[in-house]
Structures are given as C-alpha cells and as structure tokens.
Design a protein around this ligand. Structure first.
Ligand SMILES: [Zn+2]
Length: 129
C-alpha cells in the first residue's frame, strides 16, 4: 500500500484531487423534481419549483385556504399570522407545513439519490394520510 503522502503527491501530479470546483462539476445542480433546468436551491426547491408549488397549493386548498403566497417568507409569515389566536389551528397548520416540507425533501432525495419517481398525487395522499 502506498504511503499517504505519496498517494497525495500522485493524485496532485495526476491533477485528481477533489477540490471544490471538481466536486461541483460532478454534481447535477439541476432540480430533479421538475427537470426544467432550474438550479436547485432553497427557494426553488421549497417554493418556486412547479412540483412544490403544486403541493403547497393543493394542500392549502384542501385546508380551505385559497390564496397564492408570493414567496417562502410570505408562507412563513402567513402561517404565523394564522396561528396566533388558535392553538388547535396552530397544531394543524404546523403539522401540514412539516408534512409538506418532509414530502418535498423526501421526494427530492428519492429522485436524486435513488432514481425513484413518485407522483405528485401519491405525495399528496401521503401528506393527507
Ligand atoms: Zn424544480
């Protein structure tokens, strides 16, 4: 077995060290939920992505809220405003928010790492259940 310093020297001479720029080139930065070429970041994944947007809208409609929220921040502010005076409503909304976020994150991980493709309908059923 090659000593560690020799291995690092060999990797350096071969230009094969995993510097950040190399790692970034190996990762597909595109959103796997929508495959529209948008880069995955927090705002896109949990708000702007058509998949996430559909899930949010469907769940809020299911709860009887028919409004379009313009950003992630507005979603959080709206939720806080809705739960101020009702512990029961707070529990329900908090659970629904957590379920939606869990669904989006799980679906993203299934598609990104396991190449599993679930449907939005199935995701909504799981949240509702
Ligand atoms: Zn997307």
């Amino acid at each position: 077995m090659m000593p560690r310093y020799e291995f690092i020297l060999w990797m350096t001479l071969q230009n094969k060290l995993s510097t950040v720029d190399r790692v970034l080139k190996q990762v597909d930065a595109n959103c796997v939920l929508c495959n529209t070429g948008h880069m995955e970041n927090f705002d896109h994944l949990f708000y702007a992505c058509p998949y996430s947007s559909y899930v949010w809208k469907a769940m809020l409609n299911w709860l009887g809220y028919h409004r379009q929220l313009s950003s992630w921040e507005s979603k959080v502010k709206w939720m806080i405003s809705r739960v101020k005076n009702s512990r029961q409503r707070a529990g329900i909304l908090e659970f629904c928010f957590a379920a939606i976020i869990y669904n989006i994150w799980t679906e993203r991980n299934n598609k990104r790492f396991n190449d599993k493709k679930g449907s939005i309908t199935q995701g909504l059923k799981e949240i509702a259940i």
